[in-house]
Write a protein that binds this ligand. Structure first.
Ligand SMILES: NC(=O)c1ccc[n+]([C@@H]2O[C@H](COP(=O)([O-])OP(=O)(O)OC[C@H]3O[C@@H](n4cnc5c(N)ncnc54)[C@H](OP(=O)(O)O)[C@@H]3O)[C@@H](O)[C@H]2O)c1
Length: 414
């Protein structure tokens, strides 16, 4: 039996890619944690990750060449699943099998967004975690982003308490397109930009509309209406660019996923008040870099945040020449002119507070703010939006037909 609280949570990462390194850096701002393992299929990636853990002073990390080896290690309490969407279920099935058979002492698991590609997969993720007796956390960083933490706290404490609850949340996330080929392949990723990025927008909006301390079930989804479009990457020049960059498997002349999505979600609170989420996402936005826009509106107040309206900006003339990078802002598109800089990306995007929260909950045996159940709820909304976009009709909840629904672009041979 695991005794809580544990003094230190010993974490193992599955995946050593883009998001794994973001999480690792953010762990610098988290107490009572050590990163004691990484499972990667590549010896080179494992070593790079192990070296970085040592450099950051985050513990003694062992590189594992199999997931089973990491799960069976004596120094492993919790797993962070940070690998591509199509690998989730197999990883979770292995964790479940090892824990159930008593070969692993892991007692908690956290999983990156989206929890799964379909409702059926998400439901299995949840049931595997609960059947194995694991504490579980859904890694939706925007819920923990510093402007959301601060903005939500002020709005609800000062404004909503005196003039009434907020009724409209707007959330947008846009950038110029993902960095690895699997994101662009509908079957592997689960869809296009709607599943990749609207998972953030619907959940952060739902969180902003939820009263502090109230369960997510205090809001009920009534109906969803979605639109998807191909704005940029199906244009022949850009489809060819994708193919040249990522190979023949990313074929946007013949098998594109949507690069724009819009969603309206109608909800109801416990008093029968109508609430609305408006979400917009795209892979067709070319600005300085990733742009997150959030708004929360109520009867006598409004909150807004734009991640590119940074306090810190730098200007570099055309004489400043150098290599391309993402050193100023995520998904950066330029190295000259007036550029916004996020001084603390891990904090503003939410990774630091997210990991602090998950580590503390797992260490103490408490239920996190975001669990696999919330991840499942997000996938239900996303599948409703996809179905609405496919049929041209609003989808009313509860919608049992979503149980086996697969978005058009994720169907094999589509
Ligand atoms: N919260 C956010 O804003 C955010 C941002 C980006 C990504 N994400 C999410 O994080 C996840 C990973 O995205 P990423 O951008 O880090 O992708 P990535 O750069 O492609 O990295 C994925 C990693 O997973 C590992 N991997 C690949 N196939 C695997 C398999 N079959 N079994 C085990 N590991 C495997 C790879 O490691 P090896 O090749 O070394 O084995 C690679 O390091 C995705 O679910 C994505 O949606 C979230």
């Amino acid at each position: 039996m695991t005794e809580f609280p544990k003094a230190t949570l010993r974490v193992g990462f599955v995946g050593s890619g883009f998001i794994a390194h973001f999480h690792l850096k953010s762990m610098l701002g988290v107490r009572n944690v050590e990163v004691t393992g990484v499972y990667s299929r590549s010896a080179e990636n494992r070593q790079r990750f192990v070296d970085q853990v040592a450099e950051l002073g985050l513990g003694t990390c062992t590189g594992h060449d199999s997931l089973e080896s990491m799960l069976r290690a004596d120094d492993m309490d919790a797993i962070w699943i940070l690998s591509p969407n199509y690998t989730r279920l197999d990883i979770m099935r292995t964790i479940h099998a090892e824990v159930k058979a008593g070969r692993s002492k892991v007692f908690a698991v956290a999983c990156e967004k989206p929890l799964a590609r379909t409702v059926r997969e998400a439901r299995e993720m949840l049931s595997l975690a609960t059947d194995a007796g694991l504490n579980h956390g859904y890694l939706e960083n925007q819920v923990f982003s510093t402007p959301v933490l601060r903005g939500k706290e002020i709005i609800w404490r000062r404004a909503a308490s005196t003039t009434g609850r907020p009724y409209l949340a707007r959330a947008a996330e846009e950038h110029s397109g993902p960095h690895e080929p699997w994101f662009w392949q509908g079957d592997k990723q689960g869809g296009g930009v709607l599943s990749d990025m609207m998972c953030h927008s619907v959940e952060v909006a739902r969180h902003l509309l939820t009263a502090p301390g109230a369960p997510r079930s205090s809001l009920t989804v009534k109906a969803v209406n979605g639109t998807v479009a191909n704005l940029k990457w199906t244009r022949p020049h850009y489809a060819d660019q994708l193919r040249a960059r990522f190979g023949a498997e990313v074929d946007y002349r013949n098998r594109p996923s949507e690069d724009f999505a819009r969603g309206t979600i109608t909800l109801e609170d416990e008093d029968g008040n109508e609430l609305v989420i408006e979400a917009t996402t795209s892979w067709a936005y070319v600005g300085a870099g990733l742009r997150i826009q959030l708004e929360l509106l109520g009867p006598e107040y409004a909150m807004e945040f734009n991640s590119l309206s940074t306090g810190l900006k730098v200007f570099m003339s055309r004489e400043v020449k150098g290599s391309e990078g993402e050193d100023l802002v995520e998904k950066q598109n330029a190295e000259q002119g007036l550029m916004p800089v996020l001084e603390d990306e891990a904090g503003v995007y939410g990774y630091t507070d997210e990991n602090r929260h998950m580590v503390e909950c797992f260490r103490k045996g408490e239920t996190p703010l975001e669990t696999f159940e919330d991840g499942l709820g997000v996938v239900e909304m996303l599948m409703g939006l996809y179905r609405s976009a496919e049929t041209g009709e609003t989808v009313r909840f509860p919608a049992p037909e979503l149980e086996d629904y697969v978005p058009v672009v994720a169907r094999r041979g589509a």
